[in-house]
Design a protein around this ligand. Structure first.
Ligand code: IMP
Ligand code: MG
Length: 168
């Protein structure tokens, strides 16, 4: 669906925009949401010419029958402090929006100076909560995708490109 080359080119552009937005920052805490964002965050921070700290957060959502009433739980919290800091949350895909919505609320409650979000992929037609990342790599249709860190039952994270899964 999206080639490694297209991803790299898009990240270069996004990194320039992020650099402009956070110009002069004392330190930017880049928070990757595990596990899906690990490849994206690795490529993104290497394009950022800013003082950067990298941290990770793991959230997991549990269906309770109805997707729209999903509960998001924090499985691994941040190691560092973000109070008074500039923060960039890095997500792989914004799908229903529950995860990003919950994580942003949680991190905002810790009093960052500024908090922005970036998602590599966005499936706007799937949205159940009104949330949008500050920056988005690519908008995609409602297809299940893998690769570039993103899995299907923990497989295919190592593909260098984004592919759509064909369910036959
Ligand atoms: P949301 O809370 O529904 O926005 O869920 C977002 C999370 O669901 C992402 O961080 C992914 O981990 C997972 N997800 C959503 N769509 C896909 C997909 O197409 N492939 C793999 N994981 C997905
Ligand atoms: Mg995820």
């Amino acid at each position: 669906m999206i080639s490694a080359k297209a991803i790299a080119a898009r990240i270069e552009t996004l990194a320039k925009e992020i650099q402009t937005a956070f110009k002069g920052t004392e330190k930017l805490v880049v928070v990757g949401l595990l596990r899906g964002s690990f490849v994206f965050i690795a490529d993104l921070v290497r394009e950022l010419d800013l003082p950067v700290e990298v941290d990770f957060l793991e959230a997991s959502s549990y269906g309770s029958g109805m997707e729209s009433s999903r509960e998001v739980r924090i499985l691994k919290d941040l190691r560092g402090e973000i109070q008074g800091r500039d923060v960039l949350v890095v997500e792989d895909i914004v799908d229903t929006g529950h995860t990003l919505h919950h994580v942003v609320n949680l991190l905002r409650s810790k009093g960052p100076r500024r908090l922005e979000t970036i998602a590599l992929l966005d499936k706007p037609t799937r949205r159940e909560v009104d949330v949008k990342a500050t920056w988005t790599g690519f908008e995609i249709p409602d297809k299940f995708v893998v690769g570039y860190g993103i899995d299907y039952a923990q497989r295919n994270r190592n593909l260098p490109y984004i592919g759509a899964v064909r369910f036959t």
